[in-house]
Design a protein around this ligand. Structure first.
Ligand SMILES: Nc1ncnc2c1ncn2[C@@H]1O[C@H](COP(=O)(O)OP(=O)(O)O)[C@@H](O)[C@H]1O
Ligand SMILES: [Mg+2]
Length: 250
């Protein structure tokens, strides 16, 4: 379980003259096994929020509980362990290393980790098969399509058996066919691997794959919509909601 309580983030410029309150007190809970998306206009604090969850950046105040642990109070060493063991990241621009093959990119989190660096190749193969990239694993990122690159990034995100995958606009650089494939993969990882997914997106179609949408505006939680069952119905529900608030997306 992931529980945020009154999370605030103020960015202060280097010389300390300017302050900007990017998150103004956000509270919500994500249960284990949920697939949640976070929507909101550009600049509303979506990436900031995800970076707080991933401990890429620190909160100004508030608490973030992951199971029993408050990650905002963790020491450096515990934080590194938390990031490595519990979290997988997927970014809009894939963040793969071009000098490594897809297979090497997938193995990287294990090779960079402390402790046992032995890679379970059976597991790498299984994940690659599940994500439909098994046949191209010896290619380099620049030799494959954007969709294949993002599925490689998804494989890299889950190789360490994380509890939570954080995805920031994962379909932002994909065409509609590749987006659909990636969203189906994320749904598969959520349902078959039991991974909790928190996805930031401004794409209604992408959001309709999740089970719940949290809307943020100006650094505050604004509303939430919960999916009944049907994706298309949920898609319409999100469109209707955004229409009532005056087109909230980018
Ligand atoms: N490192 C930073 N320093 C100062 N301001 C920042 C920084 N990162 C983000 N911001 C500001 O915080 C606000 C929220 O940004 P962000 O979380 O990236 O929004 P979103 O992902 O919803 O587009 C924006 O106004 C942005 O300019
Ligand atoms: Mg962003």
């Amino acid at each position: 379980m992931l529980k945020l309580e009154n999370v605030k983030k103020t960015y202060i410029s280097k010389i300390g003259l300017n302050q900007y309150e990017a998150l103004k007190g956000i509270s919500f809970t994500v249960n284990d096994g949920e697939f949640v998306s976070i929507m909101g206009p550009s600049g509303s604090g979506k990436t900031t929020l995800l970076n707080m969850l991933g401990t890429i950046d620190s909160v100004t105040s508030g608490t973030i509980l992951v199971d029993q642990d408050d990650i905002t109070k963790m020491k450096k060493k515990d934080l590194a362990n938390y990031r490595r063991e519990k979290i997988g990241f997927i970014f809009q621009d894939f963040n793969l290393l071009n000098t490594l093959t897809l297979k090497e990119n997938i193995m990287l989190p294990i090779l960079l980790g402390s402790g046992n660096k032995k890679v379970d190749m059976k597991k790498v193969d299984k994940i690659a098969k599940d994500l439909g990239i098994f046949k191209i694993m010896d290619k380099y990122p620049y030799e494959v399509s954007g969709g294949e690159r993002q599925r490689t990034a998804a494989a890299r995100a889950i190789i360490t058996n994380p509890k939570i995958v954080l995805a920031d606009e994962p379909t932002g650089n994909l065409d509609s066919k590749s987006s659909k494939e990636l969203l189906e993969m994320l749904t598969f990882l959520n349902q078959e691997y039991g991974i909790t997914i928190v996805m930031v997106t401004h794409d209604i179609y992408a959001a309709s794959y999740s089970n719940r949408v949290l809307f943020i505006r100006d650094g505050k939680l604004f509303n939430e919509l919960v999916k009944n069952d049907d994706r298309k119905e949920f898609f319409d529900q999100i469109i209707d909601f955004e229409a009532t608030i005056g087109g909230g997306h980018e």
